[in-house]
Design a protein around this ligand. Structure first.
Ligand code: NAD
Length: 349
């Protein structure tokens, strides 16, 4: 059997904690990739993995991803992630969450948790009964915190504008056709901001009523989810699922730019080369979608107000520019350039 240290995603994790609590039945893994820039921060996922080895691979991949994302967003945070291994019944009890909170607390602030797939704000409130090392708690009106979605949308919108400038020489989105995949929290915000600038929106969601609602709101059109990735447009903005850019989909794209907020858009690292070889400008996902984590980090570190959050999000286009410039100078694809830049920032070049 392959050892943990040899797993492709292990990548010199500083620590990986396997947690069990017999009374509550909790089984969890807390992975801390790097604390070079600050406490390892990243949300907790509650998920049923038919094979526990998948949970290990998932938490390591996500934890390293958080290191890169936090570093590239200029935050004083390292990268980590936790998974709670749900049983086949997916039952989540208050006792499990309490035991998990205690496990986070024992790490003394070296790991900071927040929401992720399967963990709600209410769950985070429950975890916060046991530990102060949490973020993403409900906030009072006017304070920094709350739903990261709108902040993610704002950063993605700014990144889309930067990409339009670089690839198409356009100072504004006015008249540009943007094909948006997804019509949820992030996608809806991007559609509204882009439409305000005069962009033409085509939008698709597997929940067609949701796509139609956003389309009606922004004067765009709702298209079928099968169609959205092959539309002829100026920009394709993926804001739904991961792994959508792959060997099959990339040759079929009919856009000069891919810029959107979905996590883990490239199915495999070589898909970054595939896009690059086609001359499609790609905005690395964890750089363009950092608006939400910027808000969460500022809430946790208490090192800025709402205006500061906005200013930090407004640096996303500069970071993208830096990546694209290095990509142009070296011929390496932007995703590979971003990874290398992040590794330099956390001292792992
Ligand atoms: P959401 O659940 O609000 O919206 C996702 C939407 O995608 C849903 O409406 C869903 O029906 C749709 N969808 C699922 N499969 C689809 C398909 N095959 N084709 C078209 N639509 C499909 O989620 P969200 O918060 O908007 O997040 C969207 C993406 O952005 C995710 O990849 C998420 O990881 C990433 N992201 C979100 C944030 C944030 O702050 N919310 C931050 C960083 C990254």
């Amino acid at each position: 059997m392959q050892s943990l240290w040899d797993l492709p995603d292990f990548d010199d994790h500083e620590a990986v904690h396997f947690v069990t609590d017999r009374d509550s039945g909790l089984k969890a893994i807390i992975a801390m990739h790097s604390t070079a820039l600050g406490p390892a921060a990243g949300g907790t996922r509650f998920w049923h993995y038919p094979d526990p080895n998948q949970a290990v691979a998932d938490v390591l991949r996500l934890s390293r991803g958080m290191s890169y994302k936090n570093a590239m967003a200029g935050l004083n945070l390292g990268g980590g992630k936790a998974v709670i291994l749900a049983g086949p019944d997916r039952i989540k009890t208050p006792e499990m969450l309490a035991a998990f909170g205690n496990a986070v607390d024992r790490l003394g602030g070296n790991y900071v948790t927040a929401e992720d797939v399967g963990i709600t704000v209410a769950d985070i409130v429950a975890i916060a009964q046991q530990t102060k090392y949490v973020s993403g708690l409900p906030v009072t009106e006017g304070a920094v915190g709350g739903d990261p979605g709108p902040h993610t949308s704002y950063g993605v919108y700014l990144g889309v504008r930067a990409a339009a400038k670089r690839a198409l020489g356009k100072d504004s989105l006015d008249g540009l056709h943007i094909a948006i995949q997804g019509a949820g929290s992030v996608a809806g915000g991007v559609a509204r901001l882009a439409a305000k600038d005069g962009a033409r929106i085509s939008i698709a969601d597997i929940d067609q009523a949701r796509a139609q609602k956003v389309a009606d709101e922004v004067g765009g059109i709702a298209v079928s989810p099968d169609e959205i990735m092959t539309l002829e447009a100026d920009i394709f903005s993926p804001n739904a699922l991961g792994a959508i850019l792959n060997e099959q989909s990339i040759p079929a794209l009919r856009v000069p730019v891919v810029a959107g907020g979905a996590n883990n858009q490239l199915a495999r690292p070589e898909d970054g080369d595939r896009l690059h070889a086609r001359g499609i400008l790609y905005a690395p996902d964890y750089v363009i979608n950092a608006g939400g984590i910027i808000n969460v980090a500022t809430e946790y570190l208490k090192d800025g107000d709402k205006d500061e959050v906005r200013r930090r999000i407004e640096r996303i286009p500069h970071r993208l520019e830096e990546i694209w410039a290095e990509s142009a100078a070296t011929g390496r694809n932007p995703a590979a350039v971003a990874d290398a830049m992040a590794q330099r920032l956390i001292g792992r070049a």
